[in-house]
Design a protein around this ligand. Structure first.
Ligand code: ADP
Length: 889
């Protein structure tokens, strides 16, 4: 145990690790329970603060709209609620952490050179801050804060917090992903509703106004317009949110001379004005002074610009890329609505019947709806193919994916009028129509394929294509696929048919990209989930390892808080003290006190441990069942950085057996030396008398010398016997023996002694006593011991009887030897001890009869070897009866 200190340090470390692990696991549980960001963040900062024993904490995350700035998104137990506080990258602790990706330990924030100039951070004192980094992305920073000025953070704290932060970062990333997924779902829903709206009626003004209402669900605005291009001017066709007193005329007829409009319309890109007050292009109009942020996106189908969608907001810096993207996707529906209306007008113009047109629109609408309502790529492709064959008389349609970076085409789907889904070709030929459309990003329409160079070759002519249209599937400027519609009989593509195919291609491109994105996000979130699971397993393993150490430690380990309340006990502790953990937790260790420990031990213990020192000593403890045990106890205080005791670890070991052994040894030494001293003193005395005493008395001197020598011999023999019995060196040599005969021999041998003591010694032999398998020498020793004891502890004039008998015990046939005397007797309390080594009863010692206290111990061991029993009955002043029983075999 020379490494007690080390062991305790290890236990302390293990325990803190356990705590950290538990906090982590709890956090993991939170993650699986709520993916809701605010709750998750609050759980993280709360757990981390209590783990670090700090006042509270803050979490900063990168703002979703602007990666150069951070926002406090969780604040726990500080002087104020810091949520909403913004930092720029590099500013203050959070900004520094996110910029560098490195942790920081700050002793005193007020003295720190990098502190933020914002006044609200002034009360902060010690800060421990770590990055929330996952897969190389730093999402933000977790700051653990002390406001009291008493806590100082160390490298150890940092080491404990880092794995926690890592876990938290994964959780945050998961939650971000979840939020993003939810946002995308909301977007998809809103867009689907938008599709429904434009399919429901052909009233363009009303449809566009309803689209503005949908837009508001995706991108907040104070006011918004849809303006159509008409003869070089913009005309407001739908508006929402403008003050009632604003003159509508003021808003309309925007002149394209203005640079803002020119950019949007001619460059076909969104324009975002962060603050109109600082933008020289902005023209303030009466009634519209409230506008600070402005966003305009073009309404386009393919290359044609129909108009502009605008959004106004009363606060500056409101719109970003995300808002522009969302507004653009809604603008596409506005474009579809406008195109539908135009198609209807032109159909009218072409003289198509109203019914046919209505049926076609319904079909288009249905396709449109299905495309925008699913995120399943397979369904998107089928819908597109079915829509194409429903809306045009084409014989087959093919869709291929295109990867612009590698210039590779991959088969998507095919559909023939007879329902077959066999593709004409899996990989389109290089230099063919499909690859041409993919590379150029422009539609190719061939009305007569027979003569067309692309289809007149030997192989191509086998396909029998007579007319074919290939359209690029485009998102922004990227080609993501190609979609073809082919005829096997002569066919002339009408403008109307081409515009339907274009419309389908546009919608399909959005749907395909959405589905692909969704698949990607899905795969990513699965990957993340697997990572979290792996990490959880790792943590569980670590905890199990720590648990295993404590569980299997042979010593009892107990942990209390600074007030001494028991917080943890291991199984060995439960076994040793007899208290279950359930009973012990929450109690004070004084439940263990037996009242048998000298009070000085406790005084010394408290003096040491309150002074921060380790105490080691021995205590006598009591179990709930009343038994008392000796414990070797080590108590170590666990201190925080400021030297305050926060916990005590107590390790205890049962040393009752050791103590008993020590007591026995002490008894032995004092007994043996006493027993040796008397005969030796006598020997010396009589040896002296032999020289100087009267010669005529030499005979009697010699007698005494012989007597004392015999006594010494007996003592040494007894000790040797016992030690041999202990070592198991004595093995029985049993023989079939008549115990009557043996008893007679012993009695005869001792008659002379009895006579000297003037005690009557009698033997009663049972008739027909069966022979027993016993060791003659050993049994003789047992009986001799008993009879000598009886003679020793009986006054002159007394009676000692020896009796043999057959006796059956618990079904076993056996014989017994009973030695009864009329001597001093043994007190009941002593009776249970007389078979112990060196034990001598009070009464025996008072008589002055010499003895070693070994005779009965030896007899007991011998009888045990014979599988027999030895017992005593005795009354003080009346006499004792010893009875030995052995089985026949
Ligand atoms: P000892 O050498 O002291 O006799 P034993 O082991 O033979 O050692 O006996 C142990 C103790 O048991 C004795 O010291 C005595 O106190 C008690 N004892 C044994 N036999 C008798 C007896 N016949 N009458 C009274 N006390 C006895």
């Amino acid at each position: 145990m020379k490494n007690v200190d080390e062991l305790e340090q290890q236990v302390t470390r293990l325990r803190r690790q356990l705590e950290a692990t538990e906090a982590l696991q709890q956090t993991l549980l939170d993650i699986t329970h709520h993916l809701e960001m605010p709750e998750l963040l609050e759980a993280i900062v709360r757990r981390a603060s209590s783990l670090m024993n700090a006042t509270g904490g803050i979490i900063f995350l990168r703002s979703p709209s602007n990666s150069e700035s951070l926002e406090a998104v969780a604040s726990y137990n500080l002087d104020r609620d810091y949520r909403g506080t913004r930092l720029s990258l590099g500013e203050g602790v959070g900004g520094r952490i996110v910029e560098s990706g490195q942790p920081l330990i700050i002793r005193d924030y007020s003295q720190w050179s990098g502190k933020s100039l914002q006044s609200q951070f002034r009360p902060l004192r010690a800060v421990l801050a770590v990055p929330l980094t996952s897969r190389g992305n730093t999402h933000g920073a977790l700051e653990i804060i002390d406001l009291t000025g008493e806590r100082v953070f160390t490298e150890d704290d940092l080491n404990l917090l880092m794995p926690f932060a890592h876990q938290a970062a994964i959780a945050v990333e998961n939650a971000l992903l979840y939020e993003e997924e939810r946002r995308q779902r909301k977007t998809a829903n809103t867009l689907r509703e938008a599709a429904e709206i434009i399919g429901r009626s052909l009233d363009l003004d009303q449809n566009l106004a309803l689209l503005l209402d949908q837009l508001k669900k995706l991108v907040p605005y104070d006011s918004s317009t849809i303006q159509l291009l008409d003869q070089g001017r913009l005309h407001i066709i739908a508006a929402r949110g403008f003050p009632a007193d604003v003159d509508r005329e003021q808003l309309t007829w925007e002149n394209l001379e203005n640079e803002i409009w020119r950019t949007i319309i001619f460059e076909k890109v969104p324009l975002n004005i962060l603050d109109v007050r600082t933008d020289p292009r902005w023209k303030v109009r009466p009634g519209l002074e409230y506008i600070r942020s402005w966003l305009g996106v073009p309404i386009v189908t393919r290359d044609w610009v129909w108009g502009v969608l605008t959004l106004d907001k009363g606060e500056p810096n409101f719109y970003g890329q995300q808002e522009a993207d969302l507004a653009s996707s809604l603008a596409r529906y506005a474009a579809a609505a406008i195109e539908n209306a135009q198609l209807y007008a032109s159909a009218h113009h072409l003289g198509l019947t109203h019914q046919k047109r209505a049926a076609q629109l319904a079909s288009l609408q249905k396709t449109n709806l299905r495309l925008s309502s699913t995120l399943d790529l397979e369904i998107v492709l089928r819908t597109l193919a079915e829509g194409a064959l429903e809306l045009t008389p084409a014989d087959d349609t093919h869709i291929y994916f295109y990867d612009q970076d590698t210039d590779e085409l991959a088969f998507g789907t095919a559909l023939w009028r007879d329902g077959s889904r066999e593709p004409a070709v899996i990989a389109p030929r290089a230099g063919g129509l499909t690859s041409g459309v993919a590379r150029q990003g422009r539609p190719v329409i061939i009305d007569d394929a027979t003569d067309h160079p692309l289809f007149s070759g030997r192989q191509a002519s086998q396909w029998g294509v007579r007319a074919i249209a290939g359209l690029p599937l485009k998102r922004q400027d990227r080609v993501i696929g190609v979609f073809t519609a082919a005829y096997l009989s002569p066919h002339q593509f009408s403008p109307e048919e081409i515009s339907v195919l274009n419309l389908l291609a546009d919608q399909a491109a959005v749907a395909i990209e959405n589905a692909q994105l969704y698949q990607k996000v899905h795969a990513y979130s699965e990957e993340l989930e697997a990572e979290v699971a792996a990490r959880t397993q790792q943590l569980r393993d670590e905890k199990e390892r720590a648990d295993a150490i404590l569980t299997h430690a042979a010593d009892g380990v107990m942990l209390t808080d600074a007030q001494g309340t028991i917080e943890y006990v291991n199984p060995s502790w439960e076994r040793l003290t007899g208290y279950t953990a359930e009973h012990a937790l929450g109690q004070n260790p004084r439940i263990l006190k037996s009242g048998e420990t000298p009070p000085e031990a406790y005084t010394a213990m408290w003096q040491n441990i309150t002074a921060g020192k380790v105490w080691r000593g021995q205590l006598r403890n009591r179990r709930p069942d009343g038994t008392v045990y000796d414990a070797d106890v080590t108590i170590a205080p666990v201190m925080n950085e400021d030297g305050q005791v926060v916990n005590y670890v107590g390790v205890q070991r049962d040393i009752t057996a050791l103590k008993d052994l020590a007591r026995l040894k002490d008894d032995f030494v004092s007994n043996v030396s006493h027993e040796l001293r008397t005969p030796i003193a006598n020997l010396k005395l009589y040896e002296n008398l032999m020289h100087r005493g009267k010669p005529e008395k030499r005979d009697s001197y010699l007698q005494v010398i012989a007597h004392e020598t015999a006594r010494l011999e007996q003592l040494v023999t007894d000790l040797l016997d016992l030690s041999r019995l202990d070592r198991g060196a004595i093995t029985l040599a049993p023989e079939l023996l008549d115990l009557n005969g043996m008893a007679a021999d012993v009695v005869n041998r001792l008659l002379k002694l009895a006579e000297e003591r003037r005690i009557t010694l009698e033997l009663t032999q049972a008739p027909d006593l069966p022979p027993a398998w016993v060791d003659l020498h050993q049994m003789t020793q047992v009986l001799t011991n008993l009879v000598v004891n009886a003679l020793n502890y009986t006054a002159p004039g007394g009676l000692v009887t020896v009796e043999t008998a057959s006796e059956t015990r618990r079904g076993r046939v056996g014989v017994s030897l009973t030695v009864q005397d009329t001597g001093i007797g043994i007190a009941p309390a002593d009776q249970e001890h007389i078979f112990e080594r060196f034990f001598r009863a009070q009464t025996a010692r008072e008589t002055g009869v010499p003895g070693t206290g070994l005779g009965l111990a030896i007899a007991n061991e011998i009888i045990e070897l014979h599988d027999g029993q030895i017992e005593v009955q005795s009354t003080v002043g009346r006499g004792s009866t010893f009875k030995v029983w052995v089985p026949l075999f």
